[in-house]
Design a protein around this ligand. Structure first.
Ligand code: C5P
Length: 300
């Protein structure tokens, strides 16, 4: 096998609770993560030498050694002495969006190189390697719905959220993750999500309950510099979303549209499509994307 074509999937945060700063400078977090059906296609081709070269369909994307996908390939070389690869990234997940696009690519490289070079590493091993490169990579390797703890790298699977339509709005600016965490201040008016309640809703398949309980404690910091995030959230709710939040450190806002409020699956899909159409009109310079939640059992 000379080539592997694989996918890295994006995520949204159904919950993001920020805790204490740790000795290593990271924050303790508790997050409920949900993979979505939006993916980057990652093609890995074996090289005759030990070089790692990367390219992408996006002209502005840094594809040298600073790209986390290249770092993932270098880590595989360091740990397993494997040869070089060409990495082609066809990006569909918005960049610097709070959707773990870079982490998804790195996860795909770790898993893809394990297969390309016949290492066949188990998921737990891949997750350990991934955690060395970024906090979200273990979740990207696990997929589906999961609880992330520690600095985000300790992941536990949760019951899948029933199929839910997701509308994403990615503004044309970015918010740096280190900036967002370093400006976070605990505040009684910015309560954490009730993780236990959300877990109960997930085990009963109650999308409405999950949607109502969604919180992101990094949202307030983002709103203080980018109030449009709050306006998009309000718009999503007025357009019929069961719940809407910012994902990760932002700036992307997502809305959940589900069939569980008495309507049919078809109606939920139509509502999501109509909402996406309205949001495109209102925010013509922002990316508006319609996708759905994805469970871990689905094949690549
Ligand atoms: O792990 P990752 O590279 O994704 O984190 C990017 C930055 O976000 C870290 O360098 C840190 O500043 C901040 N961060 C944090 N606490 C976390 C995760 C990230 O402070 N749990």
């Amino acid at each position: 096998m000379q080539k592997v074509v694989t996918r890295g999937w994006g995520k949204i945060n159904l919950a993001l609770n920020v805790g204490q700063v740790r000795e290593d400078g990271y924050h303790e977090v508790e997050m409920i993560m949900q993979q979505v059906s939006l993916y980057d296609e990652v093609t890995l081709t074996m090289r005759a030498d030990n070089e790692v070269r990367s390219s992408s369909n996006l002209g502005f994307l840094v594809t040298d050694e600073r790209n986390i996908a290249v770092k993932a390939a270098r880590l595989m070389q360091e740990c397993y002495g494997v040869g070089g690869v060409d990495i082609r990234l066809e990006k569909h997940i918005p960049v610097s969006a709070g959707m773990a696009g870079g982490s998804a690519d790195a996860a795909a490289v770790l898993d893809g190189m394990s297969r390309l070079f016949g290492l066949d590493l188990c998921q737990a091993r891949l997750m350990k390697l991934g955690a060395r490169l970024g906090s979200d990579i273990p979740f990207c390797l696990m997929g589906g719905t999961g609880l992330a703890q520690g600095r985000g790298e300790i992941v536990t699977p949760l019951p899948s959220l029933p199929r839910t339509h997701v509308v994403l709005v990615k503004p044309n600016f970015s918010i740096s993750t280190p900036w967002s965490y370093s400006h976070y201040q605990a505040d009684k008016n910015n309560p954490p999500a009730d993780i236990e309640a959300m877990k109960r809703c997930l085990s009963r398949g109650e999308v409405e309950g999950v949607a109502k309980g969604m919180r992101n404690q990094l949202e307030k910091t983002a709103l203080s510099v980018r109030p449009v995030i709050g306006r998009i959230r309000q718009d999503m709710m007025s357009l019929g979303a069961a719940g809407a939040r910012m994902t990760g450190s932002g700036p992307t806002v997502f809305g959940l549209f589900s069939a569980s409020s008495g309507g049919s699956e078809e109606e939920a899909h139509e509502a999501a499509k109509a909402a996406a159409g309205e949001l495109m009109k209102k925010y013509p310079r922002y990316e508006v994307i319609l996708c759905e939640t994805r469970d871990a059992q689905k094949a690549v």
